[in-house]
Design a protein around this ligand. Structure first.
Ligand code: ZN
Length: 142
């Protein structure tokens, strides 16, 4: 287990622009504010989506593309440091026009229709991601 103490810091509430890449625009916002530790939430809708599913046996992501309009029921993510830069790791729950929900690991290629977000900055020591051999994922190091 890796645990570090943190305190609630500044909170940013905002709206992304129509046509933004959901992952890139939230990451760019955090980079612009030099945010390296935060919790992120969002909701809204996307014009299309790309999400990953991590194949634990083969230790690689499989990507799923949804080329249709979807609701963002929830985005939950965090910001930490990878390769010296802020990295947003986020998962999304999406819903289609029948209310069916699905989702995955948010990937580039998810295009915003409208999106409201909240970034809760956390004041504490940095969490840094490093490749971890057991999972094959860039996890927080101790
Ligand atoms: Zn993930």
């Amino acid at each position: 287990m890796v645990v570090k103490p943190a305190k609630a810091g500044e909170v940013f509430v905002g709206r992304l622009a129509h046509g933004d890449d959901l992952l890139d625009s939230l990451t760019a916002f955090c980079a612009s504010k030099k945010i390296t530790l935060a919790w992120v939430q969002a909701l809204g809708a996307v014009q299309k989506a790309r999400v990953g599913y991590y194949d634990q046996n083969n230790k690689k992501y499989e990507f799923i593309d949804y080329d249709r309009h979807l609701e963002i029921l929830n985005l939950t993510g965090n910001v930490s440091v990878r390769d010296g830069k802020p990295m947003l790791h986020a998962h999304v729950t999406l819903a289609d026009d029948r209310g069916n929900a699905f989702g995955g690991h948010l990937a580039q290629g998810t295009v915003v229709f409208a999106c409201e977000f909240c970034v809760q900055v956390l004041d504490g020591s940095e969490l840094v991601r490093e490749m971890e051999t057991q999972t094959g994922l860039p996890l927080w190091r101790a």
